[in-house]
Each structure stands twice: as structure tokens, then as C-alpha cells.
Design a protein. Structure first.
Length: 408
């Protein structure tokens, strides 16, 4: 049973939504965030990445940064101004990117269900990133960016979504990247609450660090509280919940800065122990079990040799796992992709041209384009209680921060 709960949102007025809404805090670095927010005083990046308003070189995890977050949040509430809904609500959030459309339910979800793994996970989190977002939530006493959840689609929920979309939207704008964002307030949230009780599990698609940080913030606030009831807002975290048949996963490609002491010809010889290598292939894999590799000015298509031991298991059979287990680790010497500075990850939205550019300009020696991980892969790995390799999935389009804020 999936527990969802309406919440009393803090949000911008309709005519300011496009000015406030910002890309997620974790898809841009400090310099990129500073550039995006430079001429946008209402951009939520001033709250989610407050180091952009402090001198260059400021430690982004230092106390002045979190104090700046509070100052900027208070200023945004006053100057925008942000308004508080009159009553707890659910919302629909539609994203349109080209021909792709997905519609999710905005709600708060149970931290207890997260802790009990009824909200299932497929990714490990990093303690330093958890520390940052936990501190951010606690100083603001708010969750400002949603966790992206998914579920196995339900015809009943689909029908209710379509009925709700017939009403007027509270937000409807196209962001600078061309993605359209539309939000409706649900007039009868009880119907959705009851419908989700028939959904056995929710799954984190994107936002593992936000969810983990919400759980840590809850533990700290619970310890400080008097008269704890379990109904406090910090027992729930902000989420947008999409049906699995609407979610779009793009590949998370890899670029490696050197060949671990090998020449290009030596590297190709090493690859042929496990792979059939065809020069002049496509820059994008056409099917699972195929990799496109850019090396020395040429694209190559890699496929596992028929006499190579086949991978077994939900995780080891993933294309991203095979790449790691048979190329990155044994040949290129990259054992921990989280820590090794020789590897970079490129979201599929940037395309194979970005991989070619990195190699051609000398910023990488070799690059790999992968076939996307599927939603069924994600659900199967999560159901098995296993963990995908880091950077296995790139979800697109991205939700925007700052549209619907959950005070805790």
C-alpha cells in the first residue's frame, strides 16, 4: 500500500512561476548555477545553490552558505511573494519535451515507508551529499525540490489524471530549455489517496539523496520534539509520482581521460579478448548488449563475443555493469567510478556529439555511448533489493525546483 498525503504548499503566484522555477540543484555546478541565475533575482537557485551569491571559492558546505540560503529564502518569500495554499492539496505536474509527455501526482510520501523499503531504491547515496541536503532542509525547515518516484501504472489513476487535467492549470510555462511545465491543483485529493492505497510499491527513479536527507532530517527533528505524534510534516517528503509507462530514461554515457598506459592499438587488442570490435559503426547503440565507442577519431561498435562467459543476474547483466566489469576495471584500471577522477559521466540528453567533442579536443582518450537502462531493469533491480552501478540512468525531462515547496 502506497501512502500519499496532501500538503499545504508554499508556491509562487502564477505570473512569477517561470521566474522562480529552476533546474535541480544537483544537475549544475556552481559556475553554471551562477550563470543561470545572474539576471534572475527570483530564481530558486539563489536558495538551492546559495554559494552563487558569495565570493568565488567559498566552501559550498560552510556555515555562511547555509545562512545565505535562509536569507535568500526569506527574501524570496517576501519579494516574489511566495504564497501559502489555503488547505492541503495534491497536484498534477506535466512535463512536455518534444514529443514526450509525462504526468505525475505531486504529494508527500511517508518517511516510514522509505525506511521500511516500501519505497524501493536502486542507488547508494554519498554521505557528503546527504549531509548537505539534510542541513539545507533543517535550516530552511522546508523541502524545496521533489523526489522523482514511479509506480507500475494503474488505469484507475490514469483516468483520474485525465479528468483533473480538464480544469484550468495554476502554472503553465515553457522554460528556456524548451520544456513545458504545467501544474494543476487536484480538487478532490481523497480519490487519489484511496487509489494509491492499491499500489503495492513506489520506486525512487531520481532523487535518492533528497529522500535519504528527508529521512535524516526527520530523525533529527523527531529527537528534538516534544509530544511527537507521527503526524508532523517532517514525517513526509515531497515527491512527484509518475507511472512507469510514461517515464523516459536516456543513457548515462562515459568518457575516460587516458588509456591506462596503453596505446590505442594495444587497447583494441585487449578489448578483443571479450568483444567483437567493428570499426565504422554507429555513434549510438541500436540495441541492448551493444556499445558505441569513440577512439582515435573513429566510432567502433562493441558486442560481447559469443564465446565470452555470459553475465547473469539483474545487475551484472546490465550494459553499464558489463562495461564496468569487462572494460573500465580490468583494462582501464577504473575500479571505483565514484572516486576515480579519470572518468566523466555525460547525460544522454547531450548526445554522442558531446562524446566525440571530448575526445577530439583531447579532454578524453576514449568515450562510450550506452543503450539506455530500461524501466523494467530499474523495477527488477529495486524489487530484488539490489543496487545499480553509479550513473546508470539519466531521466529526462527534469522537474523544476521551487514550484511547490513543502514546509516542515
Amino acid at each position: 500500500m502506497a501512502v500519499i498525503r496532501p500538503f499545504t504548499a508554499l508556491r509562487p503566484p502564477a505570473d512569477r512561476a517561470s521566474e522562480v522555477a529552476s533546474v535541480p540543484y544537483d544537475v549544475v555546478n556552481t559556475d553554471e548555477a551562477r550563470a543561470l541565475a545572474a539576471n534572475s533575482p527570483l530564481s530558486f537557485l539563489h536558495v538551492s545553490r546559495p554559494e552563487i551569491d558569495l565570493p568565488e571559492g567559498t566552501d559550498m558546505h560552510s556555515d555562511p552558505v547555509y545562512r545565505k540560503a535562509i536569507e535568500n529564502f526569506d527574501r524570496l518569500i517576501k519579494d516574489c511573494p511566495l504564497v501559502t495554499e489555503e488547505s492541503p492539496s495534491l497536484y498534477l505536474y506535466r512535463l512536455i519535451m518534444g514529443d514526450h509527455e509525462q504526468i505525475g501526482v505531486v504529494a508527500t510520501c511517508s518517511v516510514d515507508e522509505y525506511d521500511q523499503d516500501l519505497i524501493r531504491k536502486h542507488e547508494r547515496t554519498r554521505r557528503d551529499k546527504e549531509d548537505d541536503r539534510t542541513h539545507h532542509m533543517l535550516v530552511l525547515r522546508a523541502q524545496t525540490g521533489p523526489v522523482f518516484l514511479t509506480y507500475r501504472s494503474s488505469r484507475d489513476i490514469d483516468t483520474m489524471v485525465m479528468e483533473t487535467m480538464m480544469a484550468n492549470a495554476i502554472f503553465d510555462f515553457t522554460a528556456p530549455d524548451g520544456i513545458q511545465h504545467t501544474v494543476w491543483r487536484v480538487p478532490d485529493p481523497v480519490r487519489f489517496v484511496h487509489a494509491f492505497r492499491e499500489i503495492p510499491f513506489l520506486y525512487i527513479a531520481d532523487g535518492h539523496h533528497r529522500a535519504a536527507s528527508a529521512a535524516r532530517a526527520r530523525a533529527e527533528l523527531k529527537e528534538q520534539s516534544f509530544g511527537y505524534t507521527g503526524d508532523e510534516e517532517y514525517n513526509f517528503f515531497l515527491a512527484v509520482i509518475f507511472p512507469d509507462d510514461q517515464v523516459q530514461i536516456l543513457p548515462y554515457n562515459r568518457a575516460v581521460r587516458d588509456l591506462n598506459g596503453l596505446s590505442a592499438s594495444e587497447f583494441l587488442v585487449a578489448l578483443k579478448n571479450s568483444f567483437d570490435v567493428k570499426e565504422g559503426g554507429s555513434d549510438t547503440p541500436e540495441l541492448r548488449g551493444q556499445w558505441s565507442m569513440y577512439l582515435d577519431g573513429h566510432w567502433h561498435t562493441l558486442t560481447l563475443r559469443s564465446d565470452a562467459p555470459p553475465p547473469a543476474g539483474a545487475v551484472t547483466s546490465l550494459d553499464v555493469s558489463i562495461l564496468q566489469d569487462r572494460i573500465l576495471d580490468p583494462i582501464l584500471g577504473i575500479k571505483d567510478v565514484r572516486a576515480d577522477k579519470r572518468i566523466d559521466f555525460i547525460g544522454g540528453v547531450r548526445g554522442s556529439r558531446e562524446l566525440k567533442r571530448l575526445v577530439d579536443e583531447g579532454m578524453a582518450a576514449v568515450a562510450f555511448a550506452l543503450y539506455p537502462t530500461t524501466m523494467e531493469d530499474l523495477l527488477s533491480v529495486s524489487d530484488a533489493g539490489e543496487i545499480m552501478p553509479p550513473k546508470s540512468t539519466w531521466f529526462e525531462p527534469k522537474l523544476r525546483d521551487g514550484l511547490l515547496i513543502h514546509p516542515i
